[in-house]
Design a protein around this ligand. Structure first.
Ligand code: ZN
Ligand code: ZN
Length: 295
């Protein structure tokens, strides 16, 4: 007998019933929560969790109990930033300034949430306890992640390959200016592997276009690998909200898609800029399908 799949959910504004989120799944896999890494979202994209859920440890928590529904940051078409800068300004991104000063609004301007996307700590959005939650059967239920987790643990349990870190290509390209993307280094036939163990995992990206003997080492928190390998998290973000993470080294990785192209940037080890590579979106999806054991 097949167990009934859990429903999917979305959240609506309690005043105007505008959708505040796309359909989301309720997170039940604690290993996909990232409570420490900077610039990384607390939860995987496409999921939500209630702050009282037993899967949270106690190392970090968004501080607001009346905003209990936690999710990864979403684009402005769902939740817009409040126009009052006193509620939103941080040193380099969206900051929060108290439970009485929500900084996220529904598309019609009602205060519904608090978000955080500044430099330190994980990034999160939190919705007010009075938002409406709607549920329906999930048309594409997720497969049991347990066998995928075993596979992910085996994949990461390898020494890094004997390659040098890519020494840089000069041009630094911005995610929100896709007309510049072809100035980045073009990578053909990208391939991915994991190494470093669960304590210091890295994705290792190779491809035609990198100098011989070099690869891009992408330090990646274990929970981020779990999301990408076991929960089918999206393989890229958008130009205004790239998929972003920071692993055991303070180097931020951003991945976004525009049309058929994917841009990946990674901070250099010396903090003077970023390496930028661009590739075909279908080839990136193929590299991940092989890593997920599907290709
Ligand atoms: Zn509203
Ligand atoms: Zn900052």
């Amino acid at each position: 007998m097949i167990a009934r799949a859990p429903p999917r959910h979305r959240f609506l504004c309690p005043r105007c019933r505008s959708a505040l989120t796309p359909w989301l799944r309720e997170l039940t896999l604690g290993e996909a929560i990232c409570q420490r890494a900077n610039a990384t979202s607390l939860l995987p994209g496409g999921f939500f969790a209630h702050r009282d859920a037993p899967l949270f440890g106690d190392d970090f928590f968004p501080p607001y109990e009346s905003f209990p529904w936690l999710l990864a940051p979403l684009g402005e078409k769902w939740l817009a930033k409040h126009p009052d800068p006193a509620r939103t300004v941080g040193c380099c991104g969206l900051a929060h300034h108290g439970e009485d000063k929500p900084n996220l609004r529904c598309p019609r301007g009602h205060d519904v949430g608090i978000g955080y996307r500044d430099c330190s700590g994980p990034h999160w959005y939190a919705l007010h306890q009075e938002v409406e939650r709607q549920s329906e059967p999930d048309p594409t239920p997720l497969a049991d992640p347990a066998p995928k987790l075993d596979r992910a643990r085996a994949l990461v349990d390898h020494a890094p390959p004997p390659l040098a870190h890519f020494l840089g290509a000069g041009t630094d390209v911005f995610h929100d200016e896709p007309n510049q993307w072809l100035d980045a280094l073009w990578l053909e036939a990208p391939s991915l592997e994991c190494s470093g163990g669960q304590e210091a995992p890295s994705l290792v990206l190779r491809g035609k276009g990198l100098p011989d003997g070099q690869a891009l080492f992408l330090p990646t928190p274990w929970p981020v690998l779990v999301r990408l390998l076991c929960l089918d998290e999206a393989l890229w973000g958008s130009t205004d909200l790239p998929l972003t993470w920071q692993g055991h080294e303070p180097r931020t990785i951003n991945v976004s898609r525009y049309g058929d192209f994917v841009l990946l940037t990674v901070d250099r080890r010396d903090p003077t800029g970023r390496d930028s590579v661009v590739f075909d979106a279908a080839e990136w999806a193929g590299a991940w399908a092989r890593l997920r054991g599907l290709g």
